[in-house]
Design a protein around this ligand. Structure first.
Ligand code: NIG
Ligand code: FE
Length: 412
């Protein structure tokens, strides 16, 4: 063993290589006085802290909680500028969609992203990723969608590719050209969808820049019909479909996502019983984003009904400059308890194994089991309840990513 973690007060992890649904979402393995052995970036021992265990480097976990590394399965990490100026408009009563319709919101970030160089976007995003890592995220999904033309979508995706090579957080890249209709196509939306299908998608595929394709199926963005067209084309190009649905207006997005065979559906704030049943039937992972509900002052998705219906629930940050400028997955974890009524065990599965399932990686990430890649978090916490209770400060003490130990400053 290269590395041995001993004296773990409590090891808490879901297990398995598939998403956990229904009752099994809340069934996690708990081992007191545990140890974990790591070799070549892989877990080789998970069990009790036996005195006879020998390892190269030994870390005494001082009775702390250890969980899998967090998987944030929905982020918009790479963008130019910020949108703090919208706060006053929101406080004065303008809605998210009104701001978008007036050329602000996503379209404001598009202007700043187009104006930024690839190097500038890289520097900015690399610094943001370090913050995510410091808060326990070891794998993250990452979308384009602020370029909205061939060149600038590719620019964002190239930044993601470079970050994936150079940074410690592993990234799952998603093409999201269908995030908004860019201003130059306001009066000709079909032509923008043609551009996505005929030029951007082929270019993304030929450079091998994305694994997934996402669309914003929403009033003032893309209709279910337009979303079907984009996702259908993406599948032809070998990308796995995902969709932002029912965030603000329920226009049949969840049903569309299920029909298109999406691996995950995002937001689902307004999704009702028929949509939930459709997700369950097709095994679509529900990526719920409670920090976005918090930030928009909107309602919360029916997470309990989803779990009870047998839909696998993941919880993610939705980090973006408009509706969720927060990189710390611990905050939505807290909201998952407070607002969704998830138990700590259900919420742990939501930010680990089910997050990994939403990006097709639960065969190697999302749990602490022999044979999986060695991603974990050592928390400044004595038990699992504690990390769903002490909101507002960073409770991560150390992160291990593929066997590499990353010390987190105690005062971060
Ligand atoms: O998931 N809703 C669409 N996309 C993002 C917000 C993007 C933005 O406002 O810049 C979301 O909330
Ligand atoms: Fe989003």
């Amino acid at each position: 063993m290269d590395l041995l973690l001993r004296n773990i007060g409590l090891l808490a992890t879901p297990t398995g290589n598939t998403a956990r649904k229904g009752d099994s979402q809340g069934q996690v393995t708990l081992i007191e006085n545990a140890a974990v052995g790591i070799e070549n970036g892989t877990f080789v021992y998970v069990g009790s802290s036996d005195e006879s265990l020998k390892g190269g480097k030994v870390i005494d976990c001082e009775c702390r909680l250890v969980t899998p590394g967090l998987v944030d399965a929905h982020t918009h990490l790479v963008f130019g500028g910020w949108r703090q100026k919208e706060t006053a408009r929101k406080l004065a009563g303008e809605s998210y969609l009104d701001i978008l319709k007036s050329g602000g919101g996503i379209l404001d970030t598009v202007r700043h992203t187009r104006a930024a160089t690839e190097a500038e976007l890289y520097e900015k995003s690399a610094a943001l990723l370090d913050i995510m890592l410091a808060h326990g995220t070891t794998t993250a999904e990452c979308k384009s969608g602020y370029g909205l033309n061939v060149e600038d979508e590719l620019k964002q995706l190239r930044v993601i590719k470079k970050l994936n090579k150079t940074g410690k957080v592993e990234l799952a890249p998603t093409f999201m050209g269908a995030h908004a209709i860019p201003s130059e196509f306001t009066d000709n939306r079909d032509a923008y969808i043609d551009l996505i299908c005929d030029e951007t998608l082929p270019a993304v595929q030929s450079e091998g820049l994305a694994d997934f394709c996402d669309v914003f199926c929403e009033t003032a963005a893309f209709t279910p019909e337009e979303s079907r067209r984009v996702l259908g084309k993406a599948v032809e190009y070998g990308l796995i479909p995902k969709a932002h649905v029912d965030e603000i207006d329920p226009i049949g997005g969840a049903e569309m996502a299920a029909e298109m065979g999406c691996i995950s559906a995002e937001h689902l704030i307004r999704t009702g019983g028929a949509g939930i049943r459709a997700l369950e039937k097709r095994g679509v992972v529900a990526c719920l984003l409670p920090a976005t509900s918090f930030c928009l002052g909107k309602g919360y998705a029916r997470a309990r009904d989803m779990i009870e219906a047998g839909v696998a629930v993941a919880i993610c940050t939705d980090f973006n400059p408009g509706s969720s400028p927060n990189l710390n997955l611990q905050f939505p974890m807290y909201l998952a308890g407070l607002k969704y009524r998830l138990t700590p065990a259900e919420a742990l599965t939501a930010v680990t194994l089910n997050g990994a399932a939403a990006i097709g990686r639960c065969n190697r990430a999302g749990s602490i089991e022999v044979g999986k890649q060695a991603d974990l978090v050592i928390w400044d916490a004595p038990d699992l309840d504690y990390i769903f209770y002490r909101y507002g400060t960073n409770l991560v003490r150390r992160v291990i990513k593929k066997g590499e130990v990353i010390e987190i400053n105690k005062y971060v």
